[in-house]
Design a protein around this ligand. Structure first.
Ligand code: CLF
Ligand code: SF4
Length: 501
């Protein structure tokens, strides 16, 4: 870790983005050796997770926000059919419960999927998880889903298996899920009250019959609850996805959070409704809006006290490949698989995991050192980071298609979300037109930490009250964000004791 830089105080008149907090007593936020960020990240595992759970999540980029810096997932689109209708879905596109709406994936047979997994594993050592998340529902296509898992288990046994379902057929398949050692299952649960559910689901197909309205929502709710209970009793980690639909289930999701936690869900992922008339969904065509970033964060903050919240979901497509913030699916389309020499090398994959363990230990030590320097501070701030992965600040400002946002305070550096932006730089040219939207995306951030930045965007960021920081290029994210925050506080406290705000 490099020595902390000493940033200049913001120019007069710039917005205050470092604010006083009234959180838990400084220094008391984390048990020694624990994970201040709640991001589940250390080589030994965080203090709030039993060792056997940490073993299950430490390499899963969705179940641990810390792991998403180091590990990649891929989806194989082997499940085209669905057994329900959601008002935010158009079947021309992928399942919107675990995917970005309006995307069409390349469908595969189980055999093609098995071949593709080997090809991706040979090219991407970070690959740790294969998930089935559509393009319909994984468990409305049980034969294809489980055949795919069988083939992967035979050829690539170190890869974790993961699936996502609407839950309707789940109780019928828990035994098979156990048989294939699927440790991670996602259920999309948007309501725990059929009165709410009837406004989200027009019908479900169950027991050879199509059910509508309140009856349909009641069946789905009962099946989801039963499936959740069966999975948790079997020791399978369950992530619950909920689509936040303003005016329909926004307030109700707090009750969903309470109920799924009581039933043993491990993680809650509250995702924004993406509603676009061009997607031809019921909600898109009837003008149902999605939530703002502030509405989403407010609800996540309210629910966080009760259970682990996922904030790093990228709503990826049913054939997504790569780290969560990137999509390499186009490198592995069927027509290209024949060109890739799929040598599955478990030794190289283990070497990568060993490297990550070492990085985790170093990162943890660096973060603890910087956190100690903030003891007694009562302020917090949001910091944006440009990263290509590996837990380091290693991307140029102009190359970022998203910025990761951390909340820094005496409690540590906590990942709170990401902001998608247009590239500022394309083909070596600066695109000035992109800057207003980037400034808007980062407007609540006090600084942006980058590997490098040009003079023009630097000037515009400063004028907007966002400090561009290059001093921590290629250093660890959390430790750097805390080091920057210490320096910022020191620079803005005349006597060294006064608060910034
Ligand atoms: Fe895929 Fe989902 Fe498994 Fe992850 S995705 S099936 S749990 S391996 Fe992850 Fe993608 Fe969000 Fe899903 S970022 S959409 S949460
Ligand atoms: Fe669409 Fe998925 Fe809902 Fe089925 S479960 S209707 S595929 S969003």
């Amino acid at each position: 870790m490099s020595a902390p830089a000493h940033p200049s105080p913001p120019p007069p008149g710039t917005p205050r983005k470092v604010i006083a907090i009234h959180a838990a007593a400084p220094g008391a936020a984390t048990a020694p050796g624990g994970c201040s960020s709640g991001s589940c990240g250390s080589s030994d595992g965080p203090a709030d997770l039993p060792a056997h759970i940490w073993e299950k999540v430490k390499d899963h980029p969705c179940y641990s926000s810390e792991a998403h810096h180091h590990f990649a997932r891929m989806h194989v689109a082997v499940a085209p059919a669905c057994n329900i209708q959601c008002n935010y879905c158009n079947r021309k596109y992928d399942c919107a419960n675990e995917s970005r709406p309006g995307v069409v994936s390349e469908k595969l047979t189980p055999e093609m999927a098995g071949k593709k997994v080997l090809a991706v594993a040979a090219e991407i050592p970070q690959l740790s998880v294969v998930g089935i998340a559509g393009p319909g529902d994984a468990l409305a296509n049980p034969a294809k889903t489980f055949k795919t898992f069988e083939l992967i288990q035979q050829t690539a046994p170190d890869i974790k298996l993961c699936l996502s379902t609407n839950g309707l057929a789940l109780p019928d398949h828990v035994e098979t899920i156990k048989k294939f050692n699927v440790d991670h299952v996602t259920i999309t649960i948007n309501m725990v009250d059929p009165e709410v559910g009837q406004h989200i689901y027009p019908w479900v197909f169950h027991n050879h019959k199509r059910w509508h309205g309140l009856e349909a929502a009641k069946i789905l709710h009962e099946r989801q609850m039963l499936g959740l209970e069966m999975l948790t009793q079997a020791g399978i980690l369950v992530k619950v996805n909920s689509v936040l639909i303003p005016g329909i289930n926004d307030q109700h999701l707090k009750e969903v959070n309470r109920v799924v936690k009581a039933k043993g869900a491990f993680l809650h992922n509250i995702m924004p409704l993406i509603s676009d008339p061009a997607h031809g969904t019921h909600f898109g065509l009837t003008g149902q809006r999605g939530p703002s970033a502030a509405e989403l964060k407010a609800l996540q903050d309210e629910c966080e006290g009760d259970m682990k919240l996922m904030r790093h979901c990228r709503q990826c497509r049913a054939d997504a490949v790569g780290m969560l913030g990137e999509d390499r699916s186009q490198e592995f389309t069927s027509d290209k698989l024949g060109d890739i020499a799929a040598t599955y090398d478990p030794t190289a994959r283990q070497a990568y995991r060993d490297f990550v363990e070492k990085e985790r230990a170093d990162q943890r030590a660096a973060e603890a050192e910087q956190k100690a320097g903030l003891a007694g501070a009562h302020e917090k701030a949001l910091v944006a980071v440009a990263t290509k992965g590996g837990g380091r600040i290693n991307q140029h400002f102009g190359h970022a298609s998203e910025f990761q946002v951390y909340e820094v305070s005496a409690a540590g550096a906590k990942f709170v979300g990401h902001r998608k932006v247009e590239h500022y730089c394309a083909g070596g040219y600066e695109i000035d037109a992109a800057m207003p939207s980037i400034l808007d995306a980062l407007k609540d951030c006090a600084a942006v930490l980058v590997a490098r930045i040009g003079h023009c965007p630097m000037k515009e960021l400063k004028e907007a009250g966002i400090e561009p920081v290059q001093d921590y290029a290629h250093e660890y994210i959390e430790a750097s964000a805390l080091a920057w925050f210490q320096a910022r506080l020191a620079a803005t406290r005349p006597s060294g004791t006064a608060r910034v705000a």
